[in-house]
Design a protein around this ligand. Structure first.
Ligand SMILES: Nc1ncnc2c1ncn2[C@@H]1O[C@H](COP(=O)(O)OP(=O)(O)OP(=O)(O)O)[C@@H](O)[C@H]1O
Ligand SMILES: [Mg+2]
Length: 453
C-alpha cells in the first residue's frame, strides 16, 4: 500500500497545520485551509499500482529545442461542425478539455453526442451524476447506437484509471470533475483539494497515454467554473456552454485554447434527439424578427470569422420614479448609458425622464461595438414610436461626437445582410459603393435618411 500523509495549507499565507481549522492560526483568514497530500511510494503492490504504471515519466531529461521532434497536431473531427469550429478544427489527440455550463444546459448531451456521431470511436463515459440506466434513457432518446461507447458509473479515480488502461479509449469523458475523487485524499469530492488532485491525475493520464479527456464542470451562481482557478490553468481548452433554458438554442464559447483561436462560437439547437448544429445562426436569431414594430432594429455582429444577424429590441416608456430605469439584457449596461448620453447631448432626443429597456432577442450577448448603430436606431424608433421602414440593416460603432465609426469585416457583414434579404444597409462613411449600401457619417444624417427620407 502506498503511504499517504495529509496536512492543510493556508492559501493566503502558506501556513501548514496537521488538522483542518475554520480559520488560519497565522493570518486569521477564514476557510483558507486546503488539504495537501504527500504520497510515499512503496516498493510493490499498491492500490493504484496501475495508475502509477500509467504515469511513469518518459521524458524526464532536459533536451535541446532542435532535438525535440515536431509532430503535426493529430486532430480528429467530431463530425459536429459547430463543435469543430470552436475547437479550432477538431479534437487534438491527448488534449485535456474542460466543459462548463449551467445545470441542465446540455453538457452531458453534448458529451454523449460525440459518441453518437463517431460510432467507431472508443469512448469511456464515466458518470458520477447519473446511473447507467439514466444514461441509457438519454442515449435511447438521442438514438445513440455506438458500439464503441462504454458507460461506467464510477467516481473512484483509481478504478477509472484501471479501466482507461484496460480499454485504452480514444476519448475519456468525466461527468463531472466535481463528483470524482482520489481515495488517498480525505476531503469530500467537489472540494478544492479533491478537484485539484483529481484533475492533476487525469491530466497526467491524458498526456502520457494520449487519451483525449473531456471534463465536465459545474459553474457557480455567478456563472464561473466551480473549483480552484488552477483547474482552468491545467486544461488545454476551456469551453463554456451557454443558453437560455427557456429557448432552444445553445451557444458554445471557448475561453482558452492551446491549439487554436478563442473567438469562434458554436451554435446549436436543443431538441428531443439532442443538439442540432446551426450552421446559419442568422436564420435562427432573426427567425421572429418583425420590422413593423417600433423599437426593433437589425444588427450584424462578427463572432470569430462569422457574421451573425440578430434583432435588437428597445422599449421606452414614461418613468414613474425620479431616477429613470435602464435595463438591458444582452447589451452592456454602461454602453447603453453612453449611447443614451450621446443621443441626448448630440441629437436632442430626450431620454432623461424615460425608462429604457433593451433586449437582444435570442439571448445573445453583444460585445461587438458594430451593434451600436442598431441599438441607437431601436432606441430612437421606440422613443418616437415609429417603426423602422422594412428591410434595413445598421452596422457601425457610434463615437462620443455622434459620428459613425468604421468597423472590422464590413464586407463580410454586408454580404451576410444582403444574403438574408436586407435591401438597404447603412454603414460608416467608407469606400463601399454598391446598390443599397448607404454610407453615413453621423447620427443626424442617418435619422434624416431613415425617418424622413
Ligand atoms: N425529452 C426531451 N426533449 C427535449 N429536450 C430534452 C428532453 N429531455 C431533456 N432535454 C433537454 O436536455 C437538457 C438536459 O441536458 P443534460 O442532462 O445534458 O444537461 P446537463 O448540462 O448535463 O445538466 P446537469 O448539470 O444536470 O448535468 C434539458 O434541460 C432539456 O433542455
Ligand atoms: Mg449532466
Amino acid at each position: 500500500m502506498a503511504k499517504t500523509k495529509s496536512y492543510f495549507t493556508c492559501i493566503e499565507c502558506g501556513y501548514n497545520t496537521p488538522r483542518w481549522m475554520g480559520s488560519c492560526p497565522q493570518c486569521k483568514s477564514w476557510n483558507t485551509l486546503v488539504e495537501q497530500v504527500e504520497t510515499q511510494s512503496s516498493s510493490k503492490g499498491s492500490e493504484n499500482h496501475r495508475a502509477r504504471l500509467l504515469l511513469q515519466e518518459t521524458e524526464s531529461n532536459p533536451r535541446k529545442l532542435e532535438e525535440i521532434e515536431l509532430t503535426e497536431d493529430d486532430r480528429t473531427t467530431t463530425k459536429m461542425p459547430e463543435f469543430d469550429r470552436v475547437l479550432g478544427g477538431g479534437l487534438v489527440k491527448g488534449s485535456f478539455i474542460l466543459l462548463g455550463g449551467d445545470p441542465g444546459v446540455g453538457k452531458s448531451t453534448l458529451a454523449l453526442q460525440i459518441a453518437r456521431e463517431n460510432p467507431g470511436m472508443k469512448v469511456l463515459y464515466c458518470s458520477g451524476e447519473e446511473s447507467a440506466t439514466q444514461i441509457k434513457q438519454r442515449a435511447k432518446r438521442m438514438q445513440v447506437e455506438s458500439s464503441g461507447l462504454l458507460i461506467f458509473p464510477e467516481t473512484d479515480l483509481n478504478k477509472i484509471t484501471s479501466e482507461v488502461e484496460k480499454h485504452k479509449p480514444d476519448i475519456l469523458i468525466i461527468d463531472s470533475i466535481q463528483t470524482v475523487y482520489r481515495p488517498e485524499i480525505q476531503s469530500m469530492p467537489g472540494t478544492v483539494a479533491q478537484i485539484r488532485e483529481s484533475a492533476g491525475l487525469l491530466m497526467r493520464i491524458a498526456k502520457q497515454t494520449l487519451t483525449t479527456t473531456l471534463l465536465i464542470g459545474h459553474v457557480t451562481k455567478e456563472g464561473d467554473l466551480a473549483g480552484p482557478r488552477v483547474l482552468e490553468h491545467m486544461v488545454d481548452v476551456v469551453l463554456q456552454f451557454e443558453g437560455d433554458k427557456s429557448l432552444n438554442h445553445r451557444i458554445l464559447r471557448v475561453h482558452k485554447n492551446r491549439f487554436g483561436q478563442t473567438f469562434e462560437i458554436g451554435v446549436f439547437e436543443m431538441n428531443q434527439t439532442g443538439l442540432r448544429d446551426v450552421t446559419n445562426p442568422s436564420e435562427l436569431f432573426l427567425s421572429e424578427f418583425s420590422d413593423g414594430i417600433s423599437g426593433n432594429a437589425a444588427a450584424c455582429i462578427l463572432e470569430g470569422n462569422r457574421p451573425i444577424l440578430l434583432e435588437v429590441q428597445a422599449l421606452v416608456a414614461a418613468s414613474s420614479y425620479g431616477t429613470p430605469q435602464r435595463t438591458s439584457s444582452g447589451f452592456d449596461h454602461r454602453r447603453l448609458s453612453l449611447l443614451l448620453a450621446v443621443l441626448e447631448k448630440r441629437t436632442g432626443f430626450r431620454f432623461s425622464d424615460k425608462d429604457v429597456f433593451v433586449n437582444v432577442a435570442g439571448g445573445l450577448k453583444l460585445q461587438d461595438t458594430a451593434s451600436d448603430l442598431a441599438v441607437i436606431m431601436a432606441l430612437v424608433s421606440a422613443l418616437i414610436d415609429k417603426p423602422i421602414p422594412v428591410k434595413k440593416m445598421f452596422i457601425g460603432e457610434v463615437g462620443l461626437g455622434a459620428e459613425i465609426r468604421s468597423v472590422q469585416g464590413l464586407q463580410a457583414r454586408i454580404l451576410e445582410a444582403k444574403k438574408s434579404g436586407f435591401d438597404e444597409v447603412y454603414v460608416p462613411g467608407s469606400d463601399v459603393k454598391a446598390k443599397g449600401i448607404y454610407s453615413v457619417k453621423n447620427l443626424p444624417e442617418l435619422f434624416r435618411q431613415v425617418f424622413q427620407g
